[in-house]
Design a binder for this molecule. Structure first.
Ligand code: HEM
Length: 194
């Protein structure tokens, strides 16, 4: 068992196989019936999966890494800054991109209505704008500053400290925005499409 699940690629494949089993088991009878609904369903699963990847890592940074780093002894810090954080940021930023693309695809026919807060699309419009702002923060503020702070690009100690602070502030901003953003996501389909 450990030999199989010890490899991340194996675990991913098993997870995907179980997903297909669940789809066929629960909705297999509908396969081939409505291509539009299947595309929506596919985008929905991808969107929520990628959203968990992204926001899960955002919460890891905010609940675990940022508050714990000051207590990590100096000689151990490179374990985080050189190994763990770059890998976490890799999945974090690509998770945000996949969430954004699948989310825009999901909105499909009502994209303009949502982004302009038309009646019936205001709550999802709020969620989408917050998600878009958060994805922007990831790619254009957090990641460029993290590259400096983690030493992926050359910079002096002052620039590194400043970049770490900026990255932290925008990571916290996204943490704060994630609460109303999630409400916007579920509010449209599960509470009331106001
Ligand atoms: C990045 C920008 C994002 C955009 C443009 C976006 C867009 C959308 C759209 C259009 C829907 C469909 C709403 C509906 O018709 O019911 C949706 C649903 C949803 N989104 Fe997002 N989203 C974004 C970010 C996120 C993030 C970060 C998460 C975190 C997990 C998330 C989680 C969800 C959930 C749970 C649903 C409800 C799915 C359902 O109940 O069927 N979204 N999103």
């Amino acid at each position: 068992m450990a030999a199989v699940l010890g490899k991340l690629s194996n675990a991913l494949l098993i997870g995907l196989a179980l997903l297909v089993l669940a789809i066929v088991g629960f909705h297999g009878g509908f396969i081939g019936s409505d291509a539009g609904a299947w595309t929506q369903g596919f985008l929905r699963v991808v969107h929520v999966w990628a959203g968990i990847l992204w926001i899960g890592l955002l919460y890891y940074f905010n609940f675990v890494q940022i508050p714990t780093m000051p207590a990590v002894p100096a000689e151990l810090k490179p374990g985080v800054t050189k190994y763990i954080a770059p890998k976490a940021l890799l999945y974090f930023r690509h998770g945000s991109l996949l969430t954004l693309i699948a989310g825009l695809g999901l909105a499909g026919g009502y994209l303009v209505e949502a982004l302009t807060f038309a009646e019936g699309y205001r709550v999802i419009g709020m969620g989408m704008w917050l998600g878009i702002i958060m994805a922007f923060n990831v790619w254009f503020l957090i990641w460029p500053n993290q590259k400096i702070a983690l030493g992926i690009v050359e910079a002096d100690a002052d620039a590194k400290a400043k970049a770490a602070k900026t990255a932290m502030i925008f990571s916290r901003t996204n943490f704060v925005l994630s609460f109303p953003m999630l409400y916007g996501m579920i509010g449209h389909g599960h509470i009331s499409p106001v």
